[in-house]
Every structure is written in structure tokens, then in C-alpha cells.
Design a protein around this ligand. Structure first.
Ligand code: A2P
Length: 280
């Protein structure tokens, strides 16, 4: 089985570049679906308090055919749990549900700037890392101005920022900003989200046919070849397995350029980072 390539993080740790996303996965289905993903080769699982499936994910990890230290497990703090004390308390609750004694990565799920608690929350994550409860810490859906503030206030640079990023919404300026700060970008909804038209895109289909692969595999490969961390999700084990089968082909410069041309300013499908977010 192919080992997932890893990218370095700015704290000295590393992260498997392809992970399994579990948003919208029902708690009851999680043991089976996540277990099948691990059997298919995924070693990186990305959950969140707000997905309401941590216990099911923990069940899959407990029953997995691979040891805990071979897995990279991420969770994210629910917006309503922001604040120094409540963030630390709720991390402990996540660890309890996941039946783990540490997380590989813990993220602030959204900045929720209207509450103005993300800087204190970040201090809590720095403390949790000191205590060994998490190996790496980061953020999600943060704009550069939010990240700059937590760096200015604590001196600690997040290891990652998890963002919506796919061929229809490529965030090139944002990527450059993160490169300069040595912050890795994790891409959620990499296939374009639930109502994705990318999977049916004729041009991507042409590239996929030429390589004998699927459109989903081509899109995942597009992320990988640009040093992005990519987190596709599927509730269907067969699809999850296909999405991991991306190591036996390479997109040409011409393929990449054609996909690059799909970028649209209005290609975002989920709420903007600084919107008052009720999702999580
Ligand atoms: P499903 O759970 O029904 O398989 P993402 O949010 O990661 O961009 O993915 C968008 C949707 O695409 C997922 O919700 C998933 O729905 C579907 N999907 C994932 N992998 C594939 C695939 N290989 N082929 C077709 N659809 C896929």
C-alpha cells in the first residue's frame, strides 16, 4: 500500500498530504465508513466537534487494523466553545469522545470575529500543545487579518489554515500569503462540495480519460501537485477508496494549466470566513 506523502509543518511535525474528511457523516455510520477508509490506506482523518461524529470516528480508530501512532487525527473547536477555559475543557471532551490521549492537530473551526474570542482561544491551544494534548495547532476559515492578530498577540504561528479550496475557487493570493508565513493550507470541499459541477466538467473528464482515471482523482491530484493538503470526503466506501488511488499518475503542466483556468471569483460554495457562521 502506498504511504501517503507528508508535508512539513512549521513546528517540526509533518502531516500526510491526503486525508479523509468526515463532515456530514452520521455518527452511526462513522465506524464503518472511517474503518473502510483506513483499510483503503488513509492515515489522516479530519473531524470536528461540530460534525457530531467524534465518538463514531473514535470507534473506528479503536478498531483499526493500524496502530494509533500510524494515524494523524484532527479535530476542531466548536464556535460556541471559544474562550480560554472553555476551549481547554472542550478539547478534553473531544479526546474523551475520540478515546485518544492526544490529537495530532486541533483547529479553531471559524474565527467568529463577532464574538472576539479567537485570540484567547488561540492562547488555550498554545497551552494544550505545551501540555502534550495536541501535537500541532492551527486554524480554519481564518482570513490573513485574523491570523496576523493571533501571531502579533502570541508570537505563535498556526501550523495550518483549513479553507475551502478547489479548482473553481483557488484562492491564489491567499495561498501566497500563507507560503510567506510558512503555514500549510488544508483544502476542504476539494471536489467542489455537495452540489459540485466540477465532477461533471467536460474538460476535466477529458484529462481524466487521457490518464485512465476519474474526474475526482484528477482534481485530488491537482491539489497534491501544488503542495496543498487535500481532504476529500465521501459517505460511500467505494468512492473513498477511489479517491485514495491517486499515486500512479502525474498531471502534466498543460493539464494543471487547463484546470487552473477554471478559477472563478464567485466559485465559493460555503460561508465566507468572517460571516456569522451558524454551521458549527
Ligand atoms: P457522497 O458522500 O455522496 O459520495 P467534497 O465535499 O469533498 O468536495 O466532495 C463533494 C461530494 O462529492 C461529497 O459529498 C461526495 O458525496 C461526493 N464524492 C466524493 N468522492 C466522489 C467520487 N469519487 N465520485 C463522485 N462523487 C464523489
Amino acid at each position: 500500500m502506498t504511504d501517503t506523502p507528508a508535508l512539513p509543518l512549521n513546528d517540526g511535525n509533518s502531516i500526510p498530504q491526503l486525508g479523509f474528511g468526515v463532515w456530514r457523516l452520521e455518527e452511526a455510520d462513522a465506524p464503518k465508513v472511517v474503518g473502510a477508509a483506513i483499510d483503503a490506506g488513509y492515515r489522516h482523518i479530519d473531524t470536528a466537534q461540530g460534525y457530531d461524529n467524534e465518538a463514531g470516528v473514535g470507534e473506528a480508530i479503536a478498531q483499526a487494523s493500524v496502530a494509533r501512532d500510524q494515524l494523524f487525527v484532527t479535530s476542531k473547536l466548536r464556535n460556541g466553545h471559544q474562550g480560554y477555559d472553555s476551549a481547554l475543557r472542550s478539547l478534553d471532551e473531544s479526546l474523551g469522545r475520540l478515546k485518544l490521549d492526544y490529537l495530532d492537530l486541533f483547529l479553531i473551526h471559524w474565527p467568529a470575529p463577532e464574538h472576539d474570542r479567537y485570540a484567547d482561544t488561540w492562547r488555550a491551544l498554545v497551552e494544550a500543545r505545551k501540555q502534550g494534548k495536541v501535537r500541532s495547532i492551527g486554524v480554519s476559515n481564518f482570513l490573513p487579518e485574523h491570523i496576523q492578530r493571533i501571531i502579533d498577540e502570541t508570537g505563535v504561528v498556526p501550523a495550518v489554515n483549513q479553507l475551502e479550496l478547489h479548482p473553481a475557487y483557488q484562492q491564489r493570493d491567499i495561498r501566497e500569503w500563507h507560503r510567506d508565513k510558512d503555514i500549510q493550507i488544508e483544502c476542504y470541499s476539494p471536489l467542489g462540495g455537495q452540489e459540485s459541477k466540477l465532477l461533471e466538467d467536460e474538460m476535466i473528464k477529458g484529462i481524466a480519460d487521457a490518464h485512465g482515471k476519474s474526474t475526482a482523482q484528477v482534481i485530488i491530484r491537482w491539489h497534491l501537485q501544488q503542495n496543498l493538503i487535500v481532504l476529500p470526503k465521501s459517505s460511500k466506501p467505494e468512492r473513498a477508496k477511489d479517491n485514495f488511488d491517486v499515486w500512479d499518475f502525474v498531471l502534466s503542466g498543460d493539464d494543471i494549466a487547463k484546470i487552473d483556468a477554471l478559477d472563478r471569483p464567485d466559485g465559493k460554495t460555503l460561508p465566507q470566513p468572517d460571516e456569522n457562521n451558524q454551521l458549527f
